[in-house]
Write a protein that binds this ligand. Structure first.
Ligand SMILES: NC(=O)c1ccc[n+]([C@@H]2O[C@H](COP(=O)([O-])OP(=O)(O)OC[C@H]3O[C@@H](n4cnc5c(N)ncnc54)[C@H](O)[C@@H]3O)[C@@H](O)[C@H]2O)c1
Ligand SMILES: [Zn+2]
Length: 340
């Protein structure tokens, strides 16, 4: 399946196909210097398969984890590009999850004011979410994604087979973003999740393709996040709060897990029941123990704070959404429901 991201300039294609990693040389122009950026949690066999298809490959391996998405590693990649004699005609390929994609994309966008960037996302989350939208970033001064650019890849390759090595927890984490797209835009896709008792029974290729298409439709209409793109924040306003409150604890939750919880209190009661059932199937909690004050602080100091209210995405019917302005008190009340 091919999803076209039809942007006025810098349009690109996302190809979703089992085994496409081993055909990357046919899909991408690798007949030049290629900097493959990956991390040490991504099985090295994937970068070996990719390197073998490049004329001249260098592999840059990051330490796995969000902590690697920083300016030091950005500088280290720029240095490697320079030392290996990369020119404007060469390219960078991200081969990994969202951490690798965001950092490698940012590095490519800045080297010589921008060299070709290809993305080969290898987690469900990066396949369904960060492969579309052109956002690149690093974390800085304790603030996530605060330094970055909008920079579209030349092409994205998605090989569902690479997910065979991904943990179940990481898979479920990424699927939440697809559930989010379904809940706000596509009742039929939502029903696909309701049909199965275990996520292993999902047609993952179909789900990923559908979710990407939905996100591409949104991004095409609002490339630089002026309005519509806010819908992608369904579940995120309160989810971020919980994520922030848990980040330095013994039992942190992954981003998608927090977003899943966040969705359950931003919808009507019957919608909530349906979302909770899917979260159960994904083995994701609907309530959790966290420091309430810390979470609320993170929510109300969020960059989306707009005067006295916060604009939030609310779902009263699956497949549709509305934007509702909520006061900090109302948000606190909803956040409290997530405490378990
Ligand atoms: N640019 C965007 O639009 C966008 C959207 C969503 C998220 N993000 C960013 O993405 C990041 C999160 O991405 P993520 O959830 O992919 O996390 P991640 O990149 O940290 O990957 C999760 C873990 O999976 C491992 N891994 C990756 N592929 C694997 C594979 N095929 N087999 C086995 N292990 C594998 C990694 O080594 C890592 O330990 C965050 O930094 C977030 O800000 C960006
Ligand atoms: Zn998200």
């Amino acid at each position: 399946m091919i999803v076209k991201v039809n942007l006025p300039i810098n349009a690109y294609e996302i190809k979703i196909e089992r085994g496409v990693l081993s055909k990357a040389g046919k899909e991408l122009n690798l007949n030049r210097k290629v900097m493959i950026v990956t991390d040490d949690g991504v099985p090295s066999k994937y970068s070996e398969v990719l390197s073998a298809q490049c004329l001249n490959a260098s592999v840059f391996v990051l330490k796995q984890g969000e902590e690697s998405k920083n300016l030091d590693n950005f500088a280290a990649i720029e240095k490697a590009l320079l030392e290996n004699g990369f020119s404007r005609k060469d390219c960078v390929v991200a081969l990994g999850g969202g951490v690798v994609g965001d950092l490698a994309g940012f590095a490519a966008s800045c080297f010589m004011r921008g060299i070709d960037f290809y993305n080969i996302p290898t987690t469900v989350l990066s396949q369904v979410d960060s492969s579309v939208g052109g956002k690149t970033a690093v974390d800085f001064n304790g603030v996530k994604n605060i330094v970055g650019t909008f920079y579209q890849p030349k092409k994205v390759l998605i090989d569902p087979d690479v997910l065979n090595t991904l943990s179940d927890r990481q898979k479920a984490n990424g699927l939440v973003e697809a559930v989010k797209m379904a809940a706000t835009f596509d009742a039929e896709l939502f029903e696909e999740f309701e049909k199965v008792e275990r996520f292993e029974d999902l047609d993952i290729e179909y789900v990923i393709g559908k979710a990407i298409q939905l996100k591409a439709d949104v991004v095409e209409k609002d490339e630089k996040e002026a309005g519509l793109r806010k819908v992608l924040n369904f579940g995120h306003t309160l989810g971020h709060g919980v994520e922030a409150a848990l980040q330095n604890t013994d039992a942190p939750l992954l981003h998608g897990e927090c977003v899943g919880m966040g969705m359950t209190v931003m919808c009507d009661e019957d919608v909530k029941e349906r979302i909770v059932k899917i979260l159960d199937m994904l083995k994701i909690p609907s309530t959790y123990s966290f420091d309430f004050d810390e979470a609320l602080e993170a929510v109300t100091h969020d960059k989306k704070l707009n005067g006295k209210t916060i604009s939030t995405v609310y779902v009263s019917k699956i497949g549709t959404y509305e934007m509702i302005d909520m006061t900090p008190d109302e948000l606190a009340e909803r956040l409290r429901k997530l405490l378990g």
